[in-house]
Write a protein that binds this ligand. Structure first.
Ligand SMILES: Nc1ncnc2c1ncn2[C@@H]1O[C@H](COP(=O)(O)OP(=O)(O)OP(=O)(O)O)[C@@H](O)[C@H]1O
Ligand SMILES: [Mg+2]
Length: 308
């Protein structure tokens, strides 16, 4: 299956500072991917590169196969995004704001505008001036705008910032709905795990410009032991071959940590995974399987400076 978005060795250096040190991960079609990390970790910088607002120092980003470097126009056509605050005209109604934007992009019909308004639940308020919208409503109008041209991936940088608990609950509700009904992959960044954990299929944790863990979120915390995700650490050789096998046969994005690979996986599936590695003559020196909650793990990895 082709990924909605793929990052390949993405690096960013500004001046002498290496801000992004090499990111390799992909976001699957229809998936909600949480991009978590403390303040200053590099989330916004990465997102600015994903949406073409900033050049990559090294590596590439492919959006449904189109390279952002060599095929910018086709790559960007597949992206919908809100970076920082959505820009809206306060004196125009929600509808007129969308209409104004639609005029700049060919092929957006009134029916499509109605469809996205309905999707984000703004039907009732769409004739009101955007200046009277609450922060949550403005956020939803921004998402409606980002979806108008039917992108394959929607990118939201800290959409829960500044929202009250009711606003956050609302976002949670329609993000899942968008992924299902609009079949769009969504990447959503946050510095608070608790705010977005429930709406994500997978979470990637970034710290100091590096991805330090990628973990699937347990489905509704099922109590069946077999279904519970375990954190797996494996010392293997050759490591590149193992990483590739895990990706191609099991769709696992393993994170390289020294000479160990770490990833999360269903416990019941671990024996078949080991068999597959052995079949390929990959040497396994050590396997460590532990059951930790995402939250424990997050605090372990990030330390105390989470609440920025
Ligand atoms: N234009 C720039 N010039 C120099 N340094 C920069 C620039 N933009 C970002 N940085 C630095 O890069 C690092 C990552 O910043 P970034 O904004 O990507 O973090 P973030 O994860 O989005 O944080 P936050 O949660 O606060 O939004 C920070 O140390 C920041 O100071
Ligand atoms: Mg940021």
């Amino acid at each position: 299956m082709q990924a909605a978005m793929e990052l390949i060795g993405v690096k960013k250096t500004i001046g002498k500072k290496e801000i992004i040190k090499g990111l390799d991960f992909s976001i699957n079609k229809g998936e909600v991917f949480g991009f978590i990390g403390p303040n200053g970790a590099g989330k916004t910088t990465t997102i600015r590169m994903m949406v073409g607002l900033m050049k990559l120092t090294d590596g590439d980003i492919r959006i449904v196969g189109h390279s952002i470097k060599n095929d910018f126009k086709n790559a960007i056509a597949e992206v919908g995004a809100i970076v920082e605050n959505p820009e809206m005209y306060p004196f125009l109604t929600g509808w007129k704001n969308l209409k104004h934007y639609a005029r700049m992009v060919p092929g957006i019909t009134d029916e499509r505008i109605e469809e996205v308004v309905e999707l984000v639940g703004l039907t009732k308020a769409i004739k009101e001036k955007a200046g009277r919208y609450s922060l949550g409503m403005r956020q939803r109008l921004g998402i409606a705008q980002a979806l108008l041209h039917k992108p394959s991936i929607l990118i939201l940088d800290e959409p829960t910032n500044g929202l009250d608990p009711a606003g956050i609950r609302e976002i949670r509700h329609y993000i899942r709905k968008l992924a299902t009904e609009e079949k769009v992959a969504i990447i959503i960044s946050s510095h608070l795990l608790s705010e977005i954990e429930q709406m994500c299929d997978r979470i990637g944790i970034i710290k100091n410009g590096e991805m330090i863990a990628i973990q699937a979120v347990n489905e509704a915390n099922t109590d069946s032991e077999a279904k519970t995700l375990s954190q797996v650490k494996m010392e293997v050789s050759p490591i590149a071959q193992a990483t590739e096998l895990l990706k191609s046969s099991f769709n696992i994005d393993a994170v390289l940590d020294g000479d160990t690979l770490s990833f999360s996986y269903e416990k019941a599936m671990i024996p078949s995974l080991i068999q597959a590695l052995v079949k390929q003559n990959i040497s396994i020196y050590q396997v460590d399987v532990s059951k930790t909650s995402l939250e424990d793990k997050f605090f372990d990895l990030i330390g105390e400076n989470v609440i920025g």
